[in-house]
Design a binder for this molecule. Structure first.
Ligand code: ZN
Length: 124
């Protein structure tokens, strides 16, 4: 079972380093019917069901999502620009993406070497 208060406090200590002017909203853990979290009126509410979610990164994703709403109430690009700095799910994606880029680069490098070799051969 996830300790939502602990996760929330940990996320806040990271988030507030970047935005020290923000006041920490109070955490409310309750049953929410249609959403994982909510932000407003000095509170962040988290769905009680998150206590039983296995993937703790998802819990952190929801927490950072709600915290990002402290800066951007809507889901415009600026909102996701903030969220992606903290969101562990996105960071994982970024890592995968970087890995893919690295793989492409390696292939491209190899291709270049082969190209160079064949050119050299031709030149000889
Ligand atoms: Zn939202």
């Amino acid at each position: 079972m996830n300790d939502l208060q602990k996760e929330y406090d940990n996320c806040w200590s990271v988030f507030s380093t970047y935005f020290p002017h923000l006041t920490k909203p109070k955490l409310v853990i309750k049953k929410l019917k249609t959403t994982w979290g909510r932000c407003g009126g000095g509170y962040i509410s988290l769905n009680k069901k998150l206590e039983n979610v296995r993937k703790v990164d998802f819990v952190r994703h929801v927490i950072y999502h709600e915290m990002s709403h402290l800066l951007q109430p809507n889901h415009k690009k600026e909102f996701y620009d903030v969220l992606k700095l903290f969101d562990p799910l996105q960071l994982q994606e970024n890592k995968k993406f970087t890995k893919r880029i690295d793989a492409f680069r390696a292939i491209a490098e190899q291709a270049k070497t082969i190209e160079n070799e064949s050119i050299t051969e031709e030149n000889c």
